[in-house]
Design a protein around this ligand. Structure first.
Ligand code: 13P
Ligand code: SF4
Length: 349
């Protein structure tokens, strides 16, 4: 091994030695060293979402974080190339914010069940059904949906965005569970209209007053966690602190001790000192938190990886930089319209 690779391997070994087998760390340290060299040569920045696998997460990103934090880094960078180690909607957001840069995503297969649950035509149909009602779209949507929306939000600022608008009623897309969790947090009533077009009946639907209109998108990872999972763990580990992402069902969030964006969960473990934690989110993030907090115990009952995040590997990131692939391209008019929605969110802070 060359000196730089040895140093990187030793750093990874001291962080991840309890989590990743030694031979795997050796192979990954070599790949990461090649990526880091190429990154400098090509004047690139690498952004890594909190769900990246531990060896990648701890070796190549210049910045790590949740969707909102990475949006801000993408906007601020002066590098020529942004390599987004995350899923497609995140890389698209980087392109929306920084069109002069070449934005690369290491795998074209890194989708998202939420982003795929709604189209621009669906948003237009909702606008027709609910004229004048502002549309808030979760950043886990593609650019064409952002372009049809009034404002975006992330898991870190969803309630704040709803409250900031101060509207009598809002359309909140596309995550059913996030919408229900935000409705609960802000004290609003929510309905989920059927997809078959029906005229809006002014303030009432099914005899109910409502302030939010949701959509039936789900995260295929977070919808799998159940209240029963929490009960089982609490029975076995009575002092466990349960942390859930707000893409989990409202029942799961209610049975947890804390809910927040991926970075809010990371900060919670760092700042609120408990002996044991159960993390109800993508399980690579549990590995990454365990690596950062060797003195805390993570209950290792997680077996759910996001199949889309899992597509992003060190091998593909190296190929992305070597071959300048896969380039994220957006139609300029669509990008400008999507930008308006993203900027309105970032202005709120
Ligand atoms: P965060 O914005 O909390 O990082 O979440 C992104 C995501 O895709 C969660 O599944
Ligand atoms: Fe999408 Fe869920 Fe994967 Fe996040 S964890 S990228 S919401 S499928």
């Amino acid at each position: 091994m060359q000196t730089n690779t040895t140093a990187l391997y030793e750093r990874l070994q001291s962080k991840l030695g309890r989590i990743v087998p030694e031979f795997e760390l050796q192979i990954k340290a070599e790949l990461a060293e090649r990526i880091n060299r190429l990154k400098k040569e090509r004047n690139a920045v690498i952004l890594g979402h909190n769900y990246m696998e531990p060896a990648l997460f701890h070796s190549i990103p210049d910045f790590t974080g949740d969707s909102l934090e990475l949006c801000r880094k993408a906007e601020a960078t002066d590098k020529d190339i942004i390599v987004f180690c995350g899923v497609r909607f995140m890389a698209e957001t980087a392109k929306i914010l920084n069109p002069a840069k070449t934005v690369l995503i290491p795998s074209p297969k890194a989708g998202c069940s939420l982003a795929e649950s709604i189209t621009a035509a669906d948003v237009r149909a909702l606008r027709e059904k609910y004229p004048g009602v502002p549309v808030i779209s979760y950043v886990n949507t593609y650019a064409e949906v952002k372009a049809e929306s009034d404002i975006c939000c992330t898991s870190g600022n969803a309630a704040k965005v709803v409250e900031h608008l101060g509207a009598e009623r809002v359309i909140f897309l596309p995550d059913e569970y996030l919408a229900k969790n935000v409705a609960k947090e802000t004290g609003k009533r929510i309905i989920f209209p059927s997809r078959t077009p029906r005229p809006a009946s002014s303030l009432k639907q099914g005899g109910l007053q409502y302030e939010m209109i949701g959509w039936h998108g789900r995260c295929e990872v977070h919808e799998q966690f159940t209240v029963e999972d929490i009960r089982n763990v609490r029975r076995q580990v009575p002092d466990v602190v349960v942390l859930a992402h707000p893409e989990c069902s409202p029942e799961v969030v209610a049975a947890s001790d804390f809910s927040g964006s991926t970075s809010a969960l990371v900060r919670y473990v760092r700042e609120v000192k408990a002996a044991r934690y159960l993390l109800l989110t993508e399980c690579s993030m549990g590995d990454n938190i365990a690596a950062e907090n060797p003195e805390r115990e993570m209950v290792r009952l997680c077996s759910i990886r996001c199949p889309h995040m899992n597509e992003i590997t060190l091998e593909d990131t190296l190929s992305a930089l070597e071959q300048t692939r896969y380039v994220v391209e957006l139609d300029e008019e669509l990008r400008r319209r999507a930008l308006r929605s993203v900027e309105r969110m970032t202005e709120i802070g």
